[in-house]
Write a protein that binds this ligand. Sequence first.
Ligand SMILES: Nc1ncnc2c1ncn2[C@@H]1O[C@H](COP(=O)(O)OP(=O)(O)OP(=O)(O)O)[C@@H](O)[C@H]1O
Length: 604
Amino acid sequence: MSTGPKLQNELEDVKNELTKVSEEIRRLQNRKNDLLAKRRQIENRIADRNAQMSDDQSVWETDNFPWSSEAVAVLNETFKLNTFRPLQKSVINAVMSGEDTIIIMSTGGGKSLCYQLPAVLAKGLTLVVSPLISLIQDQLIQLKKLGIEAATINQGTSAQEVTRIQNAMIDPKSSLRLIYVTPEKLAKSKRFMSKLEKSAELKCLKLIAIDEVHCCSQWGHDFRPDYKFLHMLKKQLKGVPVLGLTATATGNVLADVKAILGVETAIVFKAGFNRENLYYEVRPKPASNDAVLEDLLELLKGRFKGQTGIVYCFSRKECEELAGELRQNGVTAGAYHAYLEPEVRERCHERWLSGKVRVIVATVAFGMGIDKPDVRFVIHHSLSKSMETYYQESGRAGRDGQPATCILYYRFADVFRVSTMVCTEKVGTQNLYSVVSYATMTSGCRRVAIADHFDETWDESWCNKMCDNCRSGKKASSTVDPLKFLPTAKEIIQSQTTNTKNNSGRVTAPKLAELVHKKLSKTDSRESVEYALARLILDGYLAEDFHFTPYAIIGYVVAGSRRQMPDLSDSSHKRKDNDSIASSSASTPSKKAKTVKEDVIHLD
Ligand SMILES: Nc1ncnc2c1ncn2[C@@H]1O[C@H](COP(=O)(O)OP(=O)(O)OP(=O)(O)O)[C@@H](O)[C@H]1O
């Protein structure tokens, strides 16, 4: 047994140590508080700077930079272009000044020049992170034609070529200007990353360009896990400015991208979203496939006779069937989807580019890097998964600036085909609802709705009758009040839930529409019922409830979290149609989802 003095000593030691630890904790706590205060201060300064920068971007548009005259010479002589397009000069000046920069510019706006020209001007190396090898190959071909040295490293690159490129990356005298890689390559190759670090240390690496930068964010429509790795770039390649490029990014996607990449102070340039030459239209999609085909053929042989375009489909099966049916009916059409052999797909693309095939019937796989200028129509045979996807895909029309048409076929049943596919994605359903909201606008300018989705403000008068609603003068809000249908819908949902006869106890949306219409067929058309149910889901009065079976995902309709006001005549229920994207959009959850939440009136 220990003696009393020995125990007393041990106790004293522990007490002393505890005192020291407490002092250390106090010291660290004070340090932490200091750092937190400092962080707040810096964040405020960043916010002030960002606000100032976005208020006055004219400084970047001047010709007073040391490289200004050389930039014009490179534009004319190397790129064989006469003038800069809007914002190109500003982005180039910001990047050349060493600023982290983000450019949001619609498809075909000319984003590539924003890093290709600085790559030539800076006389060093630019790293380009691009999502697809096929896109990289296209760019390499273009650059070769212009006499600009560029390379890529991917799985197919020979060991000899890899060595040559890697040596060039750390050679200040090298004429290699651009090196393209996929994010996967960066994430997987430690050797390549360490060469890049060396290149940055030696000041050979001048710029990092990240194409389709919205893919970093899970809030975006096109999240790619490998893009997450790119947060390493700013940490490991210190002092090298980053340029992020995207065609679509809402405010919160942008904030997310900045935080992920560690470029909170990036200057953001946003080109206007209004593509003046594009005519936006939503067409009711007939219930039967034969009738849809008939309507489509009428368009292709009438309004779009002899013109080239794209028809986007939901699935590869639909895509192949439709292409076959169009061919049988005398329209030259090719199917394009991810399950085709790469050579077959490539041949289809080429035949379309050369005009041998007039219509390409494609899934979303037909996407990035389509640079055909004279696409006169983009028809969505089915709903897109998000407003971003729709805007990007429809934006492939009219890259030559000539009038072109973007048609979206909408029918109620399609919503639920897509929703069961996207319900497992983080904000999949909300993103889908933003397109449904656009598709179910019975009045108001479609351009205003698109701009609103992308946090821009537009005046209807700027549309210039280039959308169906503006052209037909549908300004007044819809005559159908969705709330009128809510009691019947809820009654049916309730009776189905307690219905043990068919043992399902639940009701799908198309079935609900059928049953509601059955009850109200004397007063209301099936279209009105479907319209109302869609709006009730978008506005949260009804909701989709997804059930997972071993074979499929089934979506049922249940009561939503939003409750009806007791007084139905209260006009606060009735949203203007063009408000609807803001109310249901999922792609800007922080701001817009909050609006919805605060709007909810719970009576129970
Ligand atoms: N200043 C310019 N003057 C004339 N044409 C230009 C100019 N800048 C770019 N272009 C042309 O515009 C077309 C589209 O450019 P680019 O491919 O860079 O667009 P993008 O914004 O990257 O589109 P996407 O998002 O589809 O990739 C190209 O054919 C390009 O040569």
